[in-house]
Design a protein around this ligand. Structure first.
Ligand code: A2P
Length: 347
């Protein structure tokens, strides 16, 4: 007899929510009961899980009764409203929003990097920002061998980071432009099709946007050090669902590209993809739908003897969000970190 769990997905109709549903099925997560929660707008709709049509319910206090695990991806304000209630009712919440990520009492977990942090949870575990997860998976194995002193990142972020409606908007904009019409921007601040713009999250007094500061602060929290200097420029590009990142790393001593290649070729969650002869390296269309972070174009930084350059692409909805959350859930199951009182045995 295997233990199985009563699971709720909060934000089940969204870009990440639907992927969570798919991943629970694909990875055969031990689900005994699944609740799909979203806003009032979605009541009456159904979504398929293991061949069964499940109704969408609107979120309420009662929705979290008899639930062991909540996978939340319905935005920060929704998480702030419901996470504590879900925990009070006895569930563990894995939250995809930024609401609790920097709370010192909430573990921020990338299973390939800091799985041990999950053990300290007090009901809520935060899933990091998507660009941060992808960078952390690629940089951590190198940092284990020679310590990283400074990271300079530039991101090329897909529309999916702004949700399912933003993805649909980019397609509509492309259609409009191809038919000679003006693109309409309602979800995103500016037309993204055939365009790009600096990430539109709020700016701080130093001119950094929130997304950039997430990369700085969350990476330090996940790596367990405040010592690494990190700077980033985040840009939204007209790609549907995989992010790309150009990353410059400065180590305490020289790090040969071949050694980095050798390490990354054996690192969990990473796939090395380089064909220098045909100039073939990771692309968002190839990362789409894949679990691994594709890494390539590893080269010596000619401007610094201790510098390495690398390029990566990763599926924003998958490893950048839903897959990482499901991997955290699997970790909780494996380490028995879903409280035993909340577990019951399936027949
Ligand atoms: P709904 O489809 O009913 O609006 P995305 O990130 O792709 O935009 O998805 C956001 C998800 O969060 C959707 O499932 C959406 O449900 C859900 N959501 C948004 N606001 C709320 C809310 N106030 N209460 C519950 N779910 C919400």
């Amino acid at each position: 007899m295997t233990k199985s769990y009563r699971v709720a997905i909060l934000g089940a109709t969204g870009a990440v929510g639907t992927e969570l549903l798919e991943l629970l099925e694909q990875r055969n997560f031990p689900v005994s009961d699944l609740k799909l929660l979203a806003s009032e707008r979605s009541v009456g709709r159904t979504l398929q899980f293991k061949g069964e049509n499940l109704p969408i319910e609107s979120v309420s206090d009662r929705a979290f009764e008899n639930v062991d695990l909540v996978l939340a991806s319905a935005g920060g304000s929704t998480s702030k409203t419901w996470a504590a209630i879900a925990v009070e009712k006895g569930a563990v919440v894995i939250d995809n929003s930024s609401a609790f990520r920097m709370n010192p009492e909430v573990p921020l977990v990338v299973p390939e990097v800091n799985p041990q942090a999950a053990a300290n949870h007090q009901g809520i575990i935060a899933n990091p920002n998507c660009t941060t997860i992808l960078m952390a998976v690629a940089v951590w194995p190198l940092h284990q061998v020679k310590s990283v002193q400074r990271i300079v990142a530039a991101t090329y972020q897909s529309a999916s980071g702004a949700g399912a409606k933003a993805m649909a908007e980019v397609k509509n904009q492309a259609n409009a432009i191809l038919q000679g019409h003006s693109p309409v921007a309602e979800v995103l601040p500016y037309p993204l099709a055939f365009n790009l713009f600096p990430h539109n999250s709020p700016l701080n007094d130093f001119g950094y946007c929130e997304e950039e500061m997430k990369m700085v602060n969350e990476t330090r929290k996940i790596f367990g050090t405040q010592e690494i200097r990190i700077t980033a420029t985040c840009v939204r590009v007209p790609v549907l669902r995989a992010h790309s990142e150009a990353i410059n790393l400065e180590f305490e001593e020289p790090f040969s590209p071949d050694e980095a290649r050798d390490i990354l070729s054996r690192s969990p969650g990473v796939k090395l993809l380089e064909d220098w002869e045909s100039n073939y390296f990771p692309m968002p269309i190839e990362a789409t739908g894949k679990d691994e972070v594709l890494v390539g174009r590893i080269r010596q930084d000619i401007s610094h003897p201790h510098g390495l350059e690398l390029w990566l692409c990763g599926d924003q909805i998958r490893k950048g969000a839903a897959l990482n959350a499901v991997q955290i859930a699997e970790l909780l199951v494996e380490k028995n970190l879903l409280k035993p009182a909340q577990v019951y045995v399936s027949r």
